[in-house]
Design a protein around this ligand. Sequence first.
Ligand SMILES: *[C@@H]1O[C@H](CO)[C@@H](O)[C@H](O)[C@H]1NC(C)=O
Ligand SMILES: *[C@@H]1O[C@H](CO)[C@@H](O)[C@H](O)[C@H]1NC(C)=O
Length: 216
Amino acid sequence: MGHGIQNYTCASADATAVNVGALAVLYDVTPLYPGTSGTGVDTAVFANLSSAVLFNQDIPLNLVDPAAASPAVPVANDAVTESDYQADSANPFPSPATDLDLSAQGIAAKYLGHHYFDANSAPTFDLSASTSGLFFSGAKIGDVKPPTTADKGLMATGAVDWLELGDNGRGLSKGVSNVYRVVTAGGVAEACSVSGANPEGQVFSMPYVAQYWFYG
Ligand SMILES: *[C@@H]1O[C@H](CO)[C@@H](O)[C@H](O)[C@H]1NC(C)=O
Ligand SMILES: *[C@@H]1O[C@H](CO)[C@@H](O)[C@H](O)[C@H]1NC(C)=O
């Protein structure tokens, strides 16, 4: 499970926002899979995990405006714009990392690692701190629209596409050959024309949650 932000830029007010990267903290929800002895949750709870995390856990990044991290803020009064979801570029990931703990929703999961885009704009998953060195440096090889029932997110803009990523051949991946991004919640940019929200030429961000399925 990844929880973080999708980055975008707008070339002009009448342009289409272009996705330029993402930052997310990853949690191991494998033990929650329905039917797992002792730890599995109900099928309906698992199917709704992305929504539950998006709407109940603060964005687990060091945001420039920490007040924007609380998921209730934009829902209550729409006072937060995409510019407010900027992470601290120099130091986006909190240290030490914390586990996912949503006791009111009956959901807990261990911290697993980080997702980010590297200097070559490659989607990267670093699970090395919490697993036996797993690391993935990928490239997109397929995408499909999410189901129409997908959670449209904190600002009701829509859920990002479901994706298949393959290894990008740079020799950086360790123990992972494919990653699927599925069951997305939120993450689509507002229109570039939204006044004040999407400054031209600057990176702005939209919160999202997704399941990432890793294959060796
Ligand atoms: C899914 O989670 C969201 C956010 O917590 C909640 O509003 C919604 O009622 C849940 N849906 C189901 C079917 O449990
Ligand atoms: C995404 O934006 C954040 C600022 O919100 C920045 O720290 C991060 O470096 C950006 N990453 C990419 C890949 O654009």
